[in-house]
Design a protein around this ligand. Structure first.
Ligand SMILES: Cc1cc2nc3c(=O)[nH]c(=O)nc-3n(C[C@H](O)[C@H](O)[C@H](O)COP(=O)(O)OP(=O)(O)OC[C@H]3O[C@@H](n4cnc5c(N)ncnc54)[C@H](O)[C@@H]3O)c2cc1C
Length: 380
């Protein structure tokens, strides 16, 4: 067993870290304060090839692996949760399903611009009455000649306002047992009848675009159906398994940043004539944070490695997502505690880490749903 990153993974880590520290970090406070999606940063992310890390070169990607992609998410997540979330959603949710399930034609037409960083993608699964219970989708897609006519509403969709394409899930019929068949369909966002609004005032990840999508008699060609029409539900479960690795990696980034800030502050801050880092109560917090960050990162790498080997990774990606995101929340909370009153002030940024980390316990399957996924795998 080899726990070392290879040459290419180390190179990607350095490249993304330099970009994150030099370009994103100085903007992170403002991105949060203004809740503005940083379009120019995403242009640079695209130019650097980061949106194509896990996709083959023939589709405009870098031909790297899931571990490299997780490293990139972590490095961005260390400095800005908003940018990290939008980056992870663009790759794992907006582009990956086309790579996993798309036809050759769909990959050329829709995946290539996403992987090349010339466009952003989004994934519209959640609806006002279908969140954790995604099978409760109400959006419908009815065949009309050579087209689908889609009607419905999606909510909380990351990147949708800035995306060229959104993959939406919709009911396309009933199976033998009378259950809804849910399919996935690629919808260009400039299609007539698509209305996208982003009016949410969020607690955290404020610079990540989160939008509502209304689909009113949206007509798209039947060729835009993604993968097997009967297996749309299974397909998005597979997509979410992969996406969870990236949300976990984002959790590792926030947890590591919380630890770094807490460590630095604890060494500087003096009370009772000594640095607070000399108090065992503070040392124990730092020790727990460091141990959890290390564990979380190992879980992310293991899930990513399993995925790259083509082995089952559903349970491991749920472990990683659950543990890493709860670690992010705990670490950010302890970082605030170690900063005392200063930690409660925006200036010190650790309060932003806590607000951003909270979303990770909700998006792409809540912590409760991760426990259900794990339990199902154990009991099956
Ligand atoms: C900022 C942000 C970005 C998002 N981006 C996207 C995106 O790009 N695409 C997309 O499709 N969706 C996106 N989402 C939606 C997100 O995936 C859902 O919010 C999430 O899956 C939970 O669904 P819900 O909000 O409807 O909560 P609910 O499902 O209503 O859950 C409410 C509570 O009940 C619990 N619960 C529900 N069912 C069970 C159960 N069976 N057992 C135990 N507890 C249960 C939940 O864990 C939770 O604590 C985003 C959400 C946010 C906030």
């Amino acid at each position: 067993m080899n726990f070392e990153l290879d040459k290419e993974q180390l190179m990607i880590k350095k490249m993304v870290s330099d970009f994150a520290q030099n370009v994103i970090r100085p903007r992170a406070v403002d991105i949060d304060r203004t809740a503005q999606f940083p379009v120019d940063i995403f242009e640079q992310i695209g130019e650097l090839g980061l949106l194509g890390i896990p996709f083959p070169e023939e589709y405009g990607g870098a031909g790297s692996d899931t571990i490299s992609y997780a490293i990139a998410v972590e490095e961005i997540g260390k400095v800005c949760g908003s940018t990290g979330l939008s980056y992870a959603a663009a790759v794992s949710l907006g582009a990956s399903p086309i790579y996993y399930f798309g036809t050759e034609e769909q990959k050329k037409q829709y995946l290539t611009p996403l992987a090349e960083g010339k466009a952003l993608g989004a994934f519209g699964l959640t609806e006002p009455n279908a969140g954790s219970d995604a099978g409760g989708t109400k959006t419908t897609a009815v065949v009309d000649g050579d087209d689908f006519i889609i009607n419905g509403e999606k909510c909380y969709i990351t990147n949708a306002s800035f995306a060229e394409t959104v993959i939406v899930t919709a009911v396309t019929g009933k199976d033998d047992r009378g259950k809804n068949i849910i399919s996935a369909i690629i919808v260009p966002t400039d299609t007539d009848g698509v209305t996208i609004t982003s009016n949410y005032d969020k607690m955290g990840v404020r610079g990540s675009d989160t939008a509502e999508i209304v689909l009113d008699h949206v007509r798209v060609p039947k060729e835009n159906l993604l993968g097997d029409p009967e297996k749309g539900f299974k397909q998005f479960l597979h997509t979410l398994d992969g996406g969870r690795i990236s949300i976990a990696a984002l959790g590792v980034g926030i947890a590591q940043a919380s630890l770094d800030r807490a460590l630095e502050y604890a060494k500087e801050r003096k009370q009772f004539g000594k640095a607070i880092s000399s108090f065992q109560a503070i040392q124990f917090k730092l020790a727990d944070m460091a141990m959890e960050v290390e564990l979380a990162r190992n879980m992310v790498y293991k899930a990513a490695w399993l995925k790259d080997q083509g082995k089952p990774f559903t349970k491991e990606s749920a472990y990683a997502k659950l543990f890493a995101t709860e670690t992010a929340f705990r670490s950010a909370n302890q970082a605030i505690q170690i900063h005392g009153g200063y930690g409660y002030m925006r200036e010190y940024e650790v309060e932003r880490f806590l607000r951003d980390a909270k979303l990770l316990e909700i998006g792409e399957g809540t912590s409760e749903i991760q426990r259900l996924v794990i339990a199902r795998q154990l009991l099956d």
